[in-house]
Design a protein around this ligand. Structure first.
Ligand SMILES: NC(=O)c1ccc[n+]([C@@H]2O[C@H](COP(=O)([O-])OP(=O)(O)OC[C@H]3O[C@@H](n4cnc5c(N)ncnc54)[C@H](O)[C@@H]3O)[C@@H](O)[C@H]2O)c1
Length: 316
């Protein structure tokens, strides 16, 4: 029988929680932990192993190296140095570190013979995902990022608290950059087929301040960060869901950071958009029927990502 194998690169706050989330939900049979801080990897491995006896599913956890990645189905990339964000609360402050880190091991992943799906979390998410995709040279869609997946979860949570409707009965997305340059296309928000605009005509629960909810989705990460100097549960659950979708070939539509090749009139960058995800990673970018104003807003988000990408040429 085939074993479902997942590797986490970078087992800090985020990577360790991803491993835990994947383990307790029984998403994988084997989890490999890769980190240049050997003791950190060993310690997380021990702690995770200590939970298995009381988990509902069996899972094998081990410390591994880049050379062990050949038959891994999904890699989650979560390296970083989170304290770099404390001074300015700006994900770009981690860019020099994460791009250099990825440049330092992307060839090692390639050399291992890895041919699965890689999901990137490391920030700035859209730019690091592109760097990994370019470096690995796998077929399009095999490398994607969590992108606005987490921000969308925050929007769903805010919409749930505002309307009382369960998260899973709401269709809504944050799109654009996993950063300040993202927005919610309200014209595409619906509650199981009932558009938000229709509902808002008669029900005051749906007549809310849309700008305020958007800001909540964008700023929620910094609320979490303020008290613990990291974020863990939301991102770990987002990534674990994506791993589950890939391993079960679910063909679920979820926001992710994906390469745009003409979709939305954009190309040459990765951005958060709804994607159809299955065993081959992102199998299709879903083009939402945006209004003209929303299209313009999306282009301006992409311009922002492009501007941030200019710094890549200064990183050696
Ligand atoms: N995309 C999202 O929605 C989202 C959400 C939360 C955090 N993040 C990002 O995830 C990343 C990880 O966050 P964190 O809080 O776990 O950071 P952290 O500093 O706690 O952990 C980073 C880990 O990466 C390891 N590492 C660093 N360089 C490495 C290398 N070259 N090879 C192997 N391991 C290496 C470190 O030893 C450490 O264990 C950051 O970039 C953070 O900004 C993204």
């Amino acid at each position: 029988m085939k074993t479902r194998k997942v590797a986490i690169i970078g087992v800090g706050h985020v990577g360790a929680h991803c491993a835990y989330s994947i383990a307790v939900q029984g998403i994988a049979d084997e989890i490999l932990l890769v980190d240049h801080n050997e003791q950190k990897a060993k310690s997380e491995c021990q702690d995770l192993r200590d939970s298995i006896a009381y988990c509902p599913h069996r899972v094998k956890i081990s410390v591994a190296d880049f050379k062990d990645l050949e038959d891994v189905d999904v890699i989650v990339n979560s390296v970083g140095k989170i304290e770099l964000l404390i001074a300015n609360n700006d994900r770009l402050d981690e860019m020099d570190f994460t791009i250099k880190a990825v440049n330092g091991y992307v060839e090692k992943i390639k050399a291992s013979g890895f041919h699965g799906v890689l999901i990137n979390i490391s920030n700035p998410c859209d730019i690091v995902t592109r760097q990994l995709a370019l470096g690995l040279g796998l077929p399009r869609g095999r490398v994607f990022g969590t992108g606005t997946g987490l921000d969308t979860s925050r929007l769903l949570s805010a919409l749930n608290r505002q309307t009382g409707i369960d998260h899973k009965s709401i269709t809504a997305y944050m799109i654009g950059e996993h950063g300040a340059q993202q927005f919610a296309p309200w014209s595409c928000v619906s509650f199981r087929g009932m558009p938000l605009d229709e509902w808002a005509k008669t029900d005051e629960r749906f007549q809310f301040d849309r700008e305020a909810l958007k800001k909540e989705a964008i700023g929620g990460g910094w609320v979490t960060f303020a008290g613990k100097h990291c974020t863990e549960y939301g991102i770990a659950t987002t990534a674990a869901r994506m791993v589950h979708i890939v391993l079960h070939d679910e063909k679920q539509i979820m926001p992710a950071s994906m390469e745009l090749c003409g979709e939305y009139g954009e190309s040459g960058l990765f951005a958060g958009v709804p994607c159809l995800i299955g065993k081959d990673g992102v199998e299709q970018v879903i083009e939402l029927p945006l209004t003209d104003a929303e299209k313009a807003e999306f282009h301006s988000c992409c311009e922002g990502i492009r501007k941030n990408m200019e710094h890549l040429k200064d990183i050696h």
